[in-house]
Design a protein around this ligand. Structure first.
Ligand code: N01
Length: 538
């Protein structure tokens, strides 16, 4: 572990030791020869996967693409064991990468950044950590993840609850024992849908409190065969090409067929095949699912029919299929026996849109019409996504401008990477970039490489600051909105893509939905054009 950083001056400080932090450290230190420090709030590396250890937690990207692609040797010397890796396997993978690249010595764990401010006088960022350490660095790069600031709803009475409660994104490192307990879970997003079947297996009684019914497609997880593992090793460059040229960074092509114009019988056959394959690939069955409501309805109806065929109690099936948004306009979950869980005798579903939660009592959860006695409450209630973790860093730019002030009406930046007034600050997978609409390691690698090239260019040309221009930022925000409005995604009213899950958060469509490949091409073009839209100052 690196030494205490008291008043240490660096070329770059990187916040977060997940996929971003590790690769950014490697690029800046080993490619450009910079003096770099990574600081990480957690007690280990892994980022999202250090914190998310809830029952059933799994990545929903397929393992052979949920990894770095910049080094063939890293890929061929590692084997994932299952189609979708779990947190422990991802942490092992990232530890393997950190070992191979000798990264640990420049990562300081258990170090939470509490503020960062830019000083015009010396063109340095001053970064303060909770333990009183101060770093100064020319470049500040955030790799804090898009989904890392837990949303614990302000339900009256939580403090009075006599049982245990947990948020899935801050899960204890020791297993939580549900055996025989009365467990309530709030939330049916990707996380809740993964957790519910596992909790239900041992809970005495399990009650799921659903605010918004959700689509889900079977993940069909399972061990990878030796043949598949060999295929990955022998086809590294094809897989890398595929993920880097696909709109969402996944290792498959999106069909060119349109659902709206496919014969209904053939369409159903294709959906059936896709259902058997499972996973996020289901979304790629037709190319118009996110553009045309008529097309989308065919997928939505197919999934609702599946739910009705799985769930035996018609009233429960009705609650689960009363879905208020088009398919995949919220992040589409994938599951392992989620809907089957509702056929268990020990499981109930409460529709809290019809019957809202009023308070948490010492004994459990009280809705408008009854009290549910509970021993454990699980909050699978998601995150203050994309902006929450950045704002918690208390970043202040030129003239004392706080990021929270700059973003008081919602996040505004250029390419998701830079904000006017915050020179030499880069936000990896920030709002306004494809990030969560892409397989994350692919989005992260593109950002890290672009930032590295930008810093290399600055050093070669004796440039001291890079800063997004205000007009470029305004133009980019418009491009993000235009791209969002070309899809059905803004139609999901309760989506965290819009910040709608956090009371009072400005409603702005945050990720860039124009596709990863298009976005990467725009970024490359801007760089080749002398970093168009940025002010470069020597
Ligand atoms: O969070 P969510 P998540 N009262 O915001 C409900 C990623 N992820 O943790 O829809 C009652 O999607 C909320 O209801 P509503 C993935 O990108 C990745 O599940 O707002 N209910 C919803 O049902 C995913 O999209 C993997 O009406 C409340 C749920 O809680 C993202 O994380 C695995 C409430 C929150 O769903 C977030 O998923 C798992 C309240 N006050 C997750 N507040 C990978 O594999 C919220 N809810 C990479």
């Amino acid at each position: 572990m690196a030494q205490s950083g008291s008043d240490k001056t660096l070329d770059a400080l990187v916040i977060g030791a997940g996929f971003t932090g590790l690769y950014q450290l490697h690029c800046l230190r080993d490619r450009l020869g910079l003096n770099v420090q990574v600081v990480e709030a957690g007690g280990g590396i892994g980022g999202t996967w250090y914190w998310n250890r809830y029952p059933g937690a799994r990545c929903d990207s397929e393992s052979h693409s949920y990894c770095y692609s910049f080094s063939e040797s890293l890929t061929v010397n590692w084997e994932f064991s299952e189609r979708y890796p779990g947190p422990a396997e991802i942490r092992r993978y990232l530890t393997y990468v950190a070992d191979e690249l000798d990264l640990h010595k420049d990562i300081r764990l258990n170090t939470r950044v509490v503020s960062a401010s830019y000083s015009e006088d010396d063109n340095l960022w001053q970064i303060n950590t909770e333990d009183g350490t101060t770093y100064r660095a020319q470049f500040l790069i955030t790799g804090v993840g898009c989904l890392s600031s837990a949303n614990i709803p302000q339900i009256p009475g939580l403090d009075s609850f006599k049982g245990e409660w947990y948020h899935t994104g801050q899960w204890p490192h020791d297993d939580v024992d549900f055996t025989g307990k009365r467990v309530g879970q709030i939330g049916t997003g990707s996380t809740g849908i993964q957790a519910a079947p596992v909790i239900a297996e041992t809970a005495g009684h399990f009650t799921v409190f659903q605010r918004t019914a959700n689509y889900s497609v079977p993940a069909h997880n399972g061990p990878l065969t030796a043949e598949f593992q060999q295929y990955v090793k022998e086809n590294v460059s094809e897989i890398v090409d595929l993920v880097r040229t696909s709109p969402n960074g996944h290792p498959w092509k999106i069909s060119e067929r349109k659902a709206a114009t496919t014969d209904p019988e053939k369409r159903r056959e294709l959906y059936e095949e896709a259902w058997k394959v499972g996973g996020l690939r289901f979304r790629a069955t037709f190319e118009d699912l996110l553009k045309d409501k008529t097309a989308n309805d065919t997928a939505a109806e197919f999934i609702k029919d599946k739910i009705r065929s799985i769930v035996k109690d018609p009233q429960t099936a009705a609650k689960l299929t009363n879905i208020d948004h088009p398919y995949a306009t919220k992040r589409p979950p994938i599951d392992t026996h989620y809907f089957e869980t509702y056929n268990r005798d020990n499981v109930d579903l409460v529709d809290i849109r019809a019957n809202p939660i009023v308070e948490i009592t010492p004994e459990g959860i009280r809705t408008e019409d009854q009290e549910y006695p509970l021993d454990i409450i699980v909050f699978a209630t998601g995150f203050d996504a994309m902006t929450g973790s950045l704002l918690k860093l208390n970043i202040t730019g030129r003239d004392g401008l706080a990021l929270s002030q700059a973003w008081s009406e919602g996040p505004k930046n250029y390419l998701g990477l830079q904000v006017t007034g915050f020179p030499n600050l880069f936000t990896v997978t920030g709002p306004g970039s494809p990030s969560v609409l892409c397989n994350m390691p692919v989005a992260i690698e593109q950002h890290v490489e672009w930032i590295t090239d930008c810093i290399a260019y600055m050093r070669e040309n004796n440039i001291k600051t890079v800063e997004a221009r205000a007009d470029a930022m305004d133009d980019w925000v418009e491009q993000v909105n235009t791209a969002a409005n070309a899809t059905l995604m803004p139609q999901a009213n309760h989506s965290w893509y819009l910040g709608a899950n956090i009371p009072g958060k400005p409603r702005v469509f945050m990720p860039y939905p124009g596709g990863m490949k298009t976005y990467a091409d725009i970024c490359s073009d801007i760089a080749s054009d002398g970093y168009r839209g940025f002010t470069l100052d020597s």
